[in-house]
Write a new protein. Sequence first.
Length: 159
Amino acid sequence: MTKLKVGSKAPNFTGFNEKGEKVKLPDLTGPKGTVFYFYPKDQTPGCTTEACDFRDNFLRIQKTGFNVVGVSKDTVKSHQKFIEKQELNFTLISDEDGKICEAFDVWHLKKFMGRESMGIVRTTFLIGADGKILKIYPKVSVKGHVDEILSDIKALEKK
């Protein structure tokens, strides 16, 4: 689980998008903010399901004023293939050196089928246009995640 807190500023970072362009969080922010999600690996079943759910609901999210950005440690080339194969309509950031994962504190020891290894813990951050964290979704369960985010965005608008 991340050490970051709701209300704090999201960490600054520089990364590379799927086109190999250098980007920072403000470059990726929609009018009201960003759905900034970390996932373990391109082309794996859970990550593909999650990415396709964001793809299928991208316009709904965009209508709320938020943008969607995915981050993993995969290469720019891997992201290009993932976007092409799954027809993704949002930006993916390559974090090969792990600095973004470390800044957001999503790189942790994980256990899978009795084995331990370091990896990205699937986590989503709802970040406002001012760069402050509005909501954190730790250890995301893929099914229903996008609907939960949309519901929370609506709830935030009412505040």
